[in-house]
Ligand binder design. Structure first.
Ligand SMILES: NC(=O)c1ccc[n+]([C@@H]2O[C@H](COP(=O)([O-])OP(=O)(O)OC[C@H]3O[C@@H](n4cnc5c(N)ncnc54)[C@H](O)[C@@H]3O)[C@@H](O)[C@H]2O)c1
Ligand SMILES: [Zn+2]
Ligand SMILES: [Zn+2]
Length: 370
């Protein structure tokens, strides 16, 4: 089969929209026609060299589509199902899945190479294997993926809206609700209001935080945060610190979260300074692989008994949390339509990421030709 996909051949090179050969689904594999794909910052990290995938790699890990064909032994989905991608597969029976931590399923190891779990590459061109980001390649019109990477749903939600529930929404929401463990009455600071941070704001507000301080240098992002649950906004770390202190009688925020695009300078130290004694700093941002991003005085950690908590995929379980997000959306408790700020065709992928870099988008969404 042939498909058209947006590919990175090497770091610092532009996205290349090209035709590829695609294998049909084998055992426990599924052919999906992706209808829509969100444009997360994580894809761009590969291009900027912040993370080091195996090249060439097809982008896109945040998609929704329709099952077109199933391979032998597939039980989780059937032809015609609407599905959302899970950028970490969830096998259901490894140690992590079995204990309620599917976000760190052992099959996630193949995310680094872009092969399907088991090691098979399904995209090819001129004798070369192409990997798939998150093993799902939602920047491809069609893809063969593991059934463990798909979450079927029946909610009444447009596929372009469902697409962003694949990564940005549960990652941000779960960073605040699970990783930060926001409690009613808490004061929460969110650094970086993009596709992830805006959902951390929504999650913190829904979990009952008294104060949600949204920090972003961009006015449009601060406005979006205010509209979706932030009680206060700040344009830099110093303002955020002053707000966190003044709102808590000098105690500090219960939890702060880092959801900026890339950790630069001393952001970790600045964010940690906003956290009270015994509080938690959650780091969701995907940082430069080659740098020791976190450099703190242990006094700042030990003397104040603070915690630093990494968070992958919102520290949740995609098979539950993705559907949970859709339930909340249907109930009117979670805003999704408001998060999509622009639409693009696959050929406009470069433009979409330029708009993100220019600060225009909360989330851009690619709509594939159907
Ligand atoms: N841990 C995970 O599972 C996971 C999943 C998806 C994405 N991510 C990562 O999360 C990060 C955010 O992704 P996104 O798609 O929301 O990015 P984005 O580019 O949409 O948003 C980043 C925002 O941070 C703001 N910002 C930059 N520097 C700042 C600073 N010093 N203080 C406050 N705000 C600042 C920018 O203005 C922008 O609005 C990326 O690193 C992405 O790779 C992690
Ligand atoms: Zn993402
Ligand atoms: Zn597993």
């Amino acid at each position: 089969m042939k498909t058209k996909a947006a590919v990175l051949h090497a770091k610092h090179e532009p996205w290349d929209v090209t035709e590829l050969d695609l294998d049909r689904p084998g055992a426990n594999e599924v052919l999906v026609r992706w209808v829509a794909s969100g444009m997360c910052q994580s894809d761009e990290h590969m291009r900027h060299g912040d993370v080091r995938p195996r090249f060439p790699i097809i982008g896109g890990h945040e998609g929704a589509g329709i099952v077109e064909e199933i391979g032998h032994g597939v039980t989780r989905v059937k032809v015609g199902d609407q599905v959302i991608s899970s950028f970490i597969p969830a096998c259901g029976h490894c140690r992590w899945c079995a204990t309620g931590h599917s976000n760190i399923c052992d099959l996630g190891a193949s995310v680094q190479t872009g092969s399907l779990p088991g090691g098979r590459f399904v995209f090819h061109k001129d004798g070369e294997d192409y990997g798939a980001l998150g093993t799902v390649a939602t920047f491809s019109q069609i893809a063969t993926v593991s059934e463990y990477s798909l979450v079927p749903f029946t909610h009444q939600v447009p596929l372009e809206v469902a697409a962003i529930v694949a990564c940005g929404v549960p990652t941000g929401w779960g960073s605040a609700v699970y990783a930060a463990d926001t409690h009613p009455g808490d004061t929460i600071v969110v650094f970086g209001i993009g596709g992830i941070g805006i959902n951390a704001v929504q999650g913190a507000a829904y979990a009952g935080a008294k104060n949600v301080i949204a920090v972003d240098p961009l006015e449009n992002k601060r406005e979006a945060a205010r509209a979706l649950g932030a009680t206060h906004v700040a344009s830099n770390s110093q303002e955020a610190l002053e707000l966190a202190m003044s709102l808590t009688r000098g105690v500090g925020a219960d939890k702060s979260l880092i959801t900026v695009d890339l950790i630069r300078g001393r952001l970790v130290n600045e964010a940690l300074a906003t956290v009270r004694k015994g509080g938690t700093l959650v780091i969701t941002t995907w940082a430069d692989h080659d740098k020791d991003t976190i450099q703190i005085s242990s006094i700042e950690l030990t003397g104040m008994e603070r915690r630093i908590q990494g968070s992958l995929y919102g520290s949740g379980n995609p098979n539950y949390d993705i559907l949970h997000m859709l339930d909340l959306y249907e109930a009117g408790a979670l805003k999704l339509d408001e998060l999509i700020t622009a639409h693009y065709t696959l050929d406009q992928v470069e433009q979409g990421y330029q708009d993100l870099a220019d600060g225009k988008n909360i989330r851009g969404v690619i709509l594939h030709d159907t």
